[in-house]
Design a binder for this molecule. Structure first.
Ligand SMILES: NC(=O)c1ccc[n+]([C@@H]2O[C@H](COP(=O)([O-])OP(=O)(O)OC[C@H]3O[C@@H](n4cnc5c(N)ncnc54)[C@H](OP(=O)(O)O)[C@@H]3O)[C@@H](O)[C@H]2O)c1
Length: 324
C-alpha cells in the first residue's frame, strides 16, 4: 500500500511509528494546514515521507500513492473521504466514520461505483483479543447483560467549562462523549451482537454537547449499557454476563488489553494480543484488503459501520443533540 495521510495531529503521531512494523505500507505523502507545516516537516524527516502538501487538490492529483488515511477532525471525514474517492484513491477513515448515516451511504455508493476500498479505522474489531472474547462467549451460558464503561476525565473539559470549546467538545465539529469515546463501546457491542432493537441515550448535556452519557441498547434477550464520559473518571472496564459466568474486559474498549473469564468457580486471565500497539492489526488487514481489492470484506465491514452509524444517529436524536 502506498499511503497519503491527511492530518498531523495526535493520532498521526501515534500511528506513524507503527508503520515501520508493516514494511508493505509506504507513507508517500502527508497533507495538512499551512499552520502545521513545521510539524509536518518534522514528521517528513523522522519517517522519510516524500511529500508534504497543504493543498488537497494538489495532493490528491499525485499518483505516488493509492490510498488515503483520513485522520482529520470528525466533521471533515465525509468531505475529505469523498474528495479522495473522486480522485480514485482507496480510503481508510478514522472513527467516527461520518456525522450522519446518509453521508456514509453516499461514500459507500461512490466507492462501489469506482471499485475502491472504503473502510473505517476501528481498532477493536481487528485485535486478537476481540476474536478470543467472541469465542469465550460460548463458555458463559446464555448472554444476558453487557456493561461497557469508558470514562476518562479530559483536560479539554476544564477549557470547555471556561468557554474554550476544543474540537472534542464542539458540536459543529462532531465532538461529544458519544462520538469521541463511547463509539468504541458501540463498535465492540455491534461486533458481538449486531443491530439492536431499540436505542436510548441518557446524556449529560452542557453547551449543546454530551460531556458524558449512558447508551442503552435493547437486543430483546440481552440488555446493554455503554457508558462514555469525558467529564468524570471511573475504572475503565467492561463486563459481559451470562447464565453460567462472566467475561471482564480490563481497560478501554479500543485496546482490549486483556480479559478474564469467570465461570463455574474458575478464573482464567487471557491476553492474545501480539503487538503492543492497538493500530498494528487493523493496518495489517487494510494492507491486505487493498492489495487484493477484497470487496467482500469491505462490504462486511461497511455493514458493521452502518449499524454503528444508525445507533449513533438514533442516540443523538434521543438526547436532542445535533452535530455538524
Ligand atoms: N483510532 C484511535 O484510536 C483514535 C484516537 C484518537 C483520535 N482518533 C480520531 O482521529 C481523528 C483525528 O484525531 P486527533 O486526536 O489526531 O485530532 P487532532 O490532534 O486535533 O488533529 C487533527 C488534525 O487535523 C488537522 N486539520 C484540522 N482542520 C483541518 C483542515 N481544515 N484541513 C486540513 N487539516 C486540518 C489539524 O491541523 P491543525 O493542528 O493545523 O489544525 C491536525 O493536524 C478524529 O476523527 C478522532 O476521532 C482516533
Amino acid at each position: 500500500m502506498k499511503l497519503a495521510i491527511l492530518g498531523s495531529g495526535k493520532i498521526v503521531h501515534d500511528f506513524l511509528p507503527v508503520v515501520k512494523d508493516i514494511p508493505e505500507i509506504e507513507v508517500k505523502a502527508i497533507f495538512g494546514t499551512v499552520r502545521s507545516i513545521g510539524k509536518m516537516e518534522i514528521l517528513q524527516t523522522q519517517f522519510s515521507i516524500d511529500q508534504v502538501y497543504t493543498d488537497i487538490e494538489e495532493c490528491l492529483a499525485s499518483e505516488a500513492f493509492d490510498t488515503v488515511y483520513v485522520a482529520l477532525p470528525n466533521h471533515l471525514h465525509f468531505s475529505f473521504a469523498k474528495k479522495a474517492l473522486e480522485h480514485g484513491k482507496h480510503v481508510i477513515c478514522e472513527k467516527p466514520f461520518t456525522l450522519q448515516n446518509a453521508e456514509l451511504l453516499e461514500l459507500e455508493k461512490l466507492a462501489s461505483e469506482k471499485n475502491l476500498v472504503l473502510i473505517e479505522a476501528i481498532t477493536n474489531q481487528y485485535l486478537p483479543n476481540f476474536k478470543s472474547i467472541k469465542t469465550a462467549l460460548e463458555t458463559i451460558g446464555q448472554l444476558k447483560i453487557i456493561e461497557c464503561n469508558y470514562s476518562q476525565y479530559s483536560s479539554r473539559y476544564d477549557a470547555f467549562k471556561e468557554g474554550t470549546i476544543l474540537p472534542a467538545f464542539n458540536p459543529k465539529m462532531g465532538g461529544g462523549a458519544l462520538m469521541d469515546i463511547n463509539i468504541y463501546n458501540i463498535h465492540l457491542v455491534v461486533g458481538l451482537l449486531g443491530k439492536p432493537l431499540k436505542v436510548n441515550y441518557y446524556a449529560n448535556v452542557e453547551r449543546e454537547i454530551d460531556t458524558s452519557g449512558m447508551l442503552v441498547l435493547d437486543y430483546g434477550e440481552q440488555k446493554v449499557v455503554c457508558i462514555g464520559a469525558k467529564d468524570s473518571s471511573a475504572s475503565i472496564r467492561s463486563t459481559i454476563q451470562g447464565t453460567k459466568g462472566a467475561i471482564i474486559i480490563n481497560g478501554p474498549t479500543n485496546t482490549l488489553e486483556s480479559f478474564t473469564i469467570e465461570s463455574l468457580g474458575a478464573v482464567q486471565s487471557i491476553n492474545d494480543n501480539q503487538h503492543t500497539h492497538r493500530m498494528y492489526e487493523e493496518f495489517l488487514v487494510f494492507n491486505r484488503v487493498i492489495q487484493e481489492n477484497d470487496q467482500k470484506f469491505v462490504k462486511q465491514q461497511l455493514a458493521h459501520s452502518k449499524i454503528v452509524m444508525e445507533i449513533v444517529e438514533a442516540a443523538l436524536a434521543d438526547a436532542k443533540i445535533s452535530l455538524g
